[in-house]
Design a protein around this ligand. Structure first.
Ligand code: ADE
Length: 225
């Protein structure tokens, strides 16, 4: 899989790709991530990429020309399955979207900034819009990093144990059950006996029960689907 990220702040988004599971996925060539500084495609030598909005109002808007140049260069080199725009006024990211995107070959992620992008960018180029939650970030970069993390960990071979992504919270609309490790007793708090029993069908049953109880308490909305 190849991910191209278009941003006005490449430095802001790079570090999540330099550690842990995501770095290993890149090192193993399971995913390629490329960062494109929108200023490289600026209109003039002062790096102009934004302007005031027509009709008045606070905040700058990213202009269409630099974005067009960058996206057109990428799409002239290969075909993209999705061109995604990170913005708060979009459907919220969920596990289903991450699962679907992890099956794609090439995707572009455009990070919004300031007041966002000229609407014509969305009309002309964008095939999917994603928000990471009902709050406003200073730009789309942190959202793009979150999106990439959820996608990359699902690519086969990225997680050591293939089943571990399948048992994540949300994969079956349930939150995860509690997990424990050694010691089996700490300051009087005991690990539930069932987990030490070696009876794996019963353990599975217990985990499902706990996952259901936990979801009902914390996120009943997930059970409505
Ligand atoms: N840019 C600003 N806020 C955002 C959000 N909540 N999700 C995605 N991109 C954003």
């Amino acid at each position: 899989m190849r991910i191209d990220i278009i941003t006005v702040s490449p430095e802001l988004i790079k570090s999540p790709f330099e550690f842990s599971i995501i770095k290993r996925a890149i090192d193993k060539n399971l995913v390629e991530v490329h960062f494109h500084d929108l200023r490289t495609y600026a209109l003039n030598e002062y790096g102009k990429i934004d302007d005031y909005q027509f009709g008045g109002g606070a905040g700058m808007v990213l202009m269409i020309e630099p974005i067009d140049k960058c996206i057109s260069k990428l799409t002239s080199e290969r075909t993209y399955d999705e061109i995604i725009y990170m913005t708060p006024d979009a459907p919220t990211l969920n596990q289903q979207t991450a699962n679907t995107l992890s099956l794609q070959e090439n995707i572009i992620i455009l990070c919004g900034h300031y007041k966002g992008v000229d609407q014509r960018v969305r009309d002309l180029f964008i095939t999917k819009e994603i928000s990471i939650g009902d709050y406003v970030l200073s730009g789309g970069e942190l959202g793009a990093a979150v999106l990439c993390d959820t996608i990359i960990r699902l690519i086969p071979g990225v997680l050591g144990d293939e089943t571990s992504a399948l048992t994540d919270s949300f994969q079956d609309n349930l939150l995860s059950p509690p997990v424990y490790t050694r010691p089996s007793e700490y300051k009087g708090l005991k690990v539930p006996d069932i987990l030490l029993s070696g009876n794996f069908p019963k353990i599975e049953e217990w985990r499902n029960e706990k996952a259901f109880e936990h979801t009902k308490k914390i996120r009943p909305d997930l059970l409505e689907d």
